[in-house]
Write a protein that binds this ligand. Structure first.
Ligand SMILES: C[S@@+](CC[C@H](N)C(=O)[O-])C[C@H]1O[C@@H](n2cnc3c(N)ncnc32)[C@H](O)[C@@H]1O
Length: 246
């Protein structure tokens, strides 16, 4: 499966999981200029655009040019920018009324996240970071190996990035810089209508766990073959509002 196919497969589950309640906290405006960081093919825009009133201009940022070539938010004006979002400055986001990202934070290291949060705060507009993994999963039917696999998967992410710690770190950085932060859970609830997504996610999750902790691989044969009826994969959505007067 290509990365683009993976994004397509997860889009409906992502849309169902993101918190609509946080969107209600966004200030109303006649014209939105929204910068979506790590946009992929534009899934965040396709979810958020119908929830906003007023004219919208979307600026879609990603380092992957192939994804940008197909990225779209139908019905709205869109520009794409190939960039490393960890290197953006407030000038790159000048005029933004909202900064968004989805399923991005866990891919960042501590310094990258700190810099990105600083840039967002300097831009002086709300920031909505959705679907950050928090390292908890609940599988049904349960298996005694589930928690060891989860710990190993989280360890695998932490090798190179903040992984499941990214959302907590982002909250701290935003608060240190005076922003007001709201959090809402946004778990994937995967069941009988998501069998392909659940199988693909589980395969990748077990694979990373076994790479991190090779002794788990010996036990993983029947584990990775099992059929899940349901999987809850916890995420959190974060909205940071600039302090009034900025
Ligand atoms: C898990 S995907 C999520 C894509 C999209 N936001 C969505 O919800 O479907 C993460 C995306 O972030 C992009 N990305 C990760 N790190 C990046 C960076 N430092 N600069 C630009 N894009 C980045 C990847 O290319 C990928 O498209």
């Amino acid at each position: 499966m290509t990365f683009r196919e993976w994004l397509e497969l997860r889009e409906p589950a992502d849309a169902a999981a993101r918190s609509r309640e946080l969107v209600e906290h966004l200030p109303a405006t006649d014209r939105h200029v929204i910068h979506d960081l790590g946009c992929g093919t534009g899934s965040m825009g396709r979810w958020l655009a119908p929830l906003l009133s007023g004219e919208q201009h979307w600026v879609l940022h990603d380092r992957d040019q192939e994804l940008l070539e197909v990225a779209d938010v139908p019905g709205h004006s869109v520009e794409t920018r190939q960039s490393d979002i960890t290197q953006l400055s407030a000038a790159d986001l000048a005029g933004a009324t909202l900064i968004t990202a989805s399923a991005l934070l866990d891919m960042l290291g501590d310094e990258e996240l700190t810099r990105l949060v600083g840039t967002c705060v300097d831009a002086g507009c709300p920031t909505l970071f959705t679907l950050s993994v928090v390292g908890r999963v609940e599988l049904d039917p349960p298996d005694p190996r589930d928690q060891r696999m989860a710990a190993a998967f989280n360890g695998h992410q932490r090798r190179t990035t903040l992984g499941p710690d990214a959302a907590t770190a982002a909250v701290e950085r935003f608060r240190e810089l005076g922003a007001e932060v709201f959090l809402r859970p946004s778990p994937w609830q995967l069941g009988s209508s998501h069998t392909e997504l659940m199988a693909e996610w589980f395969r990748g999750w077990v694979g990373a766990a076994c790479e991190q902790q090779p002794d788990l691989a010996a036990e993983a044969g029947d584990y990775s073959q099992r059929r899940l009826a349901h999987a809850t994969v916890d995420h959190v959505d974060l909205l940071a509002l600039p302090r009034s007067g900025r």
